[in-house]
Design a protein around this ligand. Structure first.
Ligand code: PMP
Length: 435
């Protein structure tokens, strides 16, 4: 199938003349083929030429119920009719905070923000204020947003920048980060309990927080190995360190209560965004009374003009109610399971070496892994070029997922059994192009 993309290309030219590289986020730049998407409904998006794509990117995860969900839109429209921003507490904020506390183990108090970046930034402030310490441990390949504090050794760092496994380096991912901040962040390979324990034993007196994506959702949805999250919990308890679970991708997706429900390990603080509001901007920081109680007017700051805004909280109230009272996540799980398994079967049948990772609601696969992939160093030893060629062949068949295996496939409740069948049929054809 070849698509006519004349209008899309003309729009991208216009975009480039008014926005650097024609995008509002560097992650959206695909070179000359950068899409311009005009519309979405359910599991599908349409480009400016009207070409339809079955969407497994889902805006990098938020669209848990499908694009333009009518039930969510109606709640948002109601809220908009009554005004959306007052610089006062609003009943919808209270409702959403109550829902979060009810759904998410470990959440006793909530504050709102607008993006995952803000949520992890606020969480880090709270952790530093709570402990009186400044340093933070993160895991290689993990991404926690665009602020300066954690944009080191994320999934765009080359292998050579990471240093040795025993003494990992923290590699800044962008120019423009003050050099002094590098001393405040320590990177450890994901799933490497031995290195983590050594680092914590040596530096615990300086450590405010360990921040973890419970499923490493920016390096192909790698699962935490048995005991890894429990080890982080134990080390934090033993040394007075705040454990921050970055649930921006996992929250309200892998289970109603996110990773703290799925794995049975609670952080002291959790950062939520994405699926909380089905594509409307809302984020939340939740956590224990003890740690959230560190926030105090005039002494420990958290806030922002748009925090708890009426549009985001109305969307979240509707989204969380639907997730709680329907079988949306069970459906996603069932269809995602069939898709994950089917992809593995198609690749095996085609004789293409691969490994599949993650859970049905967010998963990825790697081609030609050199070893068992358990951390970012292993991810870098797989064939990304081949993965991209396959993704582009799939896009020509009308199925879109991120052409980089580090970004998972996401499913929504709007993806049907027929969509799964269509995807597997397309894959059967597309693999021929990469054999
Ligand atoms: N944390 C994680 C785990 C993420 O995946 C992301 C975004 N992909 C963020 C934080 C940042 O969220 P946002 O893009 O909403 O700022």
């Amino acid at each position: 199938m070849s698509h006519n993309t004349q209008k899309t290309q003309a729009l991208f030219e216009r975009a480039k003349s008014v926005m650097p590289w024609g995008v509002s986020s560097n992650f959206r730049y695909w070179g000359d083929e950068t899409p311009v998407i005009a519309r979405g409904k359910g599991a599908y998006v349409w480009d400016a030429d009207g070409n339809r794509y079955l969407d497994y990117r889902l805006a990098f995860g938020p669209i848990i119920l499908g694009h333009a969900d009518q039930r969510v839109n109606e709640r948002v429209a109601q809220a908009m009719a009554n005004g959306t921003l007052f610089a006062h507490t609003h009943p919808l904020e209270i409702e959403v905070a109550e829902r979060l506390i009810h759904l998410c183990p470990g959440v006793e108090k909530v504050r709102f923000a607008n993006s995952g970046t803000e949520a992890t930034m606020h969480a880090l402030r709270i952790a530093r204020a709570h402990t009186g310490r400044e340093k933070v441990v993160k895991f290689e390949g993990s991404y926690h947003g665009f602020h300066d504090y954690l944009l080191f050794s994320t999934a765009t760092s080359p292998l050579g920048a990471l240093g040795s496994r025993r003494s990992p380096l923290s590699a800044p991912n962008t120019s423009g980060i003050p050099a002094v901040l590098r001393d405040l962040v320590i990177n450890v390979p994901f799933n490497d309990g031995e290195t983590l324990e050594r680092v914590v034993k040596a530096k615990w007196g300086d450590l405010a927080a360990i921040i973890v994506e419970p499923i490493a959702g920016n390096i192909g949805a790698l699962m935490p190995e048995k005991g890894f999250l429990e080890l982080i919990r134990r080390l934090c308890d033993e040394h007075g360190i705040v454990m921050i679970m970055d649930e921006v991708k996992t929250g309200f997706r892998i289970a109603k209560g996110g990773a703290t429900e799925y794995f049975g390990v609670k952080g002291d603080l959790m950062a939520y965004a994405k699926s909380i509001a089905n594509g409307y901007p809302l984020a939340a920081i939740g956590g224990s009374n003890a740690v959230m109680g560190t926030i105090e007017p005039g002494r420990v700051a958290q806030g922002g003009t748009y925090c708890g805004n009426g549009v985001g909280t109305a969307a979240a109230a509707a989204t969380l109610e639907i997730l709680e009272t329907t079988d949306a996540l069970e459906q996603i799980n069932k269809r995602g399971q069939r898709l994950m398994q089917g992809i593995g079967e198609v690749l095996t049948e085609a004789g293409i070496a691969h490994s599949v990772h993650g859970v049905p609601a967010m998963f990825s696969f790697f081609l030609d892994p050199k070893e068992t992939v358990r951390d970012y160093r292993g991810v870098l030893q797989t064939d990304h070029g081949r993965y991209e060629r396959l993704a582009m062949a799939m896009r020509a068949h009308g199925v879109e997922y991120e052409p980089d295996p580090r970004e998972p496939w996401f499913l929504s409740a709007a993806h049907s059994d027929q969509d799964v069948d269509d995807t597997l049929n397309a894959l059967n054809d597309a693999v021929k192009t990469i054999k």
